[in-house]
Design a protein around this ligand. Structure first.
Ligand SMILES: NC(=O)c1ccc[n+]([C@@H]2O[C@H](COP(=O)([O-])OP(=O)(O)OC[C@H]3O[C@@H](n4cnc5c(N)ncnc54)[C@H](O)[C@@H]3O)[C@@H](O)[C@H]2O)c1
Length: 447
């Protein structure tokens, strides 16, 4: 029996995912090619989509006694992998096959050569690129225009052409390109009027990533940002997304060290264990590592990585436990490792009566192997959000980001399991299922 004031939730109207979904990737580097080649191996060669919540995850519905746990992809109407088509921009002219070989993530014989023709068919469109924003790269496949507004218009034209050429019903755009130099929000970003004037004036405050984001929103295409650049996280573009009814989100895929951090830190807080210091360092040898070797790009990444502890541990609420943490994050470019990053964490904690202890973590991960399934999930969920009429910042997808975009009135939620609960409850809400509160008192109450 339901309580008297119980109101059965109603499903939201969602357009069905008919036809093709074009996934437009800014950047055709390690992450993008690992994602594209992975999807093709899954759909044509029976590979397993490990790491993808949309493909492998289930969702519990109703009470535990009901034993209803469908696959997420059977519960919500997601685009099918067979309906995905891929496009990309990159200042380096390599097609997806050549780019994947250079990235050195996937085994050539096992995962690239069998789909070589498919990958060769994905050629990057000329990029809106400016070396001042990514110092370590030299691009040749670049657009030219008299102003930044002209470049944005050229990207809009690319979007329309891609859609027509590939017979797509819908599109999503995901920034998988290099991390740009650190920028702070400025007057040019405050509202659309200033932003468009800055585009016309080719102001330095407009980074290339903002051109893609602006073009996507103007074309009604959802935009997700996998790097820590400001990009769509500025008032002008948040407003544009809301006005045009387009979902946006970011920033910076949460894949390795920060994923671990946002699990360990909530554990320490849950047990009221103190933290004196947290030292995180990485060695990384791919192109991303090379770009991040530039102090200005590293600063953008550092800000994104540093934020999480402050929000999770809430030193203002727990000054005795977390008021005096020394938090340090380092990334060292070390070419021999390629895409196989090693992330170390040394955590100095203290317990009962202040006795010190240590936790050491050594995560030997593969950067793009962790990121690729996130790109897939984001493409499918942003498309779902669009079809469900959800616009602006999609905070329910914070689960995927190191530095989640959020409403100005709230602080970001970083705890991975709170983010997961939020994501799944949003799916339940979309489909008119009850929220799961984990109260569970009814299992123990006498009839
Ligand atoms: N685990 C992960 O791999 C992970 C996690 C979080 C964030 N990221 C971010 O994802 C991004 C991609 O990582 P990656 O390993 O694939 O890097 P990568 O260097 O292999 O690929 C990035 C590509 O973007 C291109 N590019 C640069 N500026 C561009 C522009 N203006 N327009 C179009 N293309 C442009 C570069 O030429 C390059 O080919 C990076 O910003 C990285 O910091 C990666």
């Amino acid at each position: 029996m339901e309580p008297k004031d119980f109101v059965q939730p109603q499903p939201r109207p969602i357009e069905p995912p008919t036809g093709r979904l074009g996934v437009l990737l800014v950047g055709l580097g390690a992450v993008a090619t690992t994602f594209i080649a992975g999807v093709e191996n899954i759909r044509s060669r029976g590979a397993v989509p490990v790491g993808s919540l949309t493909q492998m995850g289930t969702i519990r519905l109703g009470k535990r006694t009901e034993k209803r746990s469908p696959l997420i992809k059977e519960f919500v109407p997601l685009a099918s992998l067979d309906d995905l088509v891929f496009g990309a921009w990159d200042p380096i002219p390599d097609n997806a096959y050549e780019a994947a070989l250079k990235a050195g993530v996937l085994d050539r014989h096992e995962h690239l050569d069998p789909i070589a023709d498919f990958l060769r068919g994905i050629e990057p469109m000329p990029a809106a690129f400016d070396q001042r924003y990514v110092k370590r790269l030299h691009g040749t496949n670049v657009k030219s225009g008299r102003s930044k507004m002209e470049l944005a218009e050229a990207i809009r034209q690319d979007i329309r052409d891609f859609k027509a050429r590939n017979g797509c019903d819908r599109l999503v755009m995901i920034w998988c390109a290099s991390t740009e130099v650190f920028m702070e929000p400025s007057a040019e970003h405050e509202n659309l009027e200033n932003f468009e004037a800055a585009l016309e004036a080719s102001s330095d405050a407009i980074a290339p990533s903002m051109l893609y984001a602006y073009a996507a929103l103007m074309e009604g295409v959802p935009f997700a940002n996998g790097a820590p650049n400001l990009t769509v996280d500025i008032p002008a573009l948040v407003k544009l997304a809301n006005d045009r009814g387009v979902p946006i989100g970011g920033k910076d895929f949460k894949t390795g060290q920060t994923l671990v951090k946002t699990v360990i830190a909530p554990m320490l807080k849950a047990r009221m264990l103190g933290v004196a210091g947290w030292y995180s360092t990485n060695i990384l040898g791919n192109r991303d590592g090379e770009v991040l070797d530039d102090p200005e790009s590293f600063k953008t990444k550092e800000e994104s990585k540093l934020g999480v502890l402050e929000y999770i541990l809430q030193p203002d609420l727990y000054p005795q436990l977390y008021g005096n943490i020394y938090h340090k994050v380092r990334i060292n470019y070390y070419p021999p490792r390629g895409d196989n990053k090693e992330g170390w964490d040394n955590i100095d904690i203290f317990g009962w009566l202040g006795y010190p202890m240590q936790i050491k973590i050594d995560f030997l991960c593969r950067d793009s192997i962790l990121a690729a399934p996130l790109v897939l999930d984001l493409a499918l969920f942003f498309d779902l959000a669009q079809r469900a009429g959800m616009k602006g910042i999609q905070e329910w997808l914070s689960f995927y980001f190191k530095s989640p975009q959020h409403a100005p009135t709230v602080y970001p939620e970083h705890d991975l399991f709170i983010q997961q609960t939020k994501l799944k409850n949003t799916l339940r809400w979309l489909m008119g299922e009850e929220q799961i509160t984990h109260l569970g008192i009814e299992y123990y109450e006498e009839e």
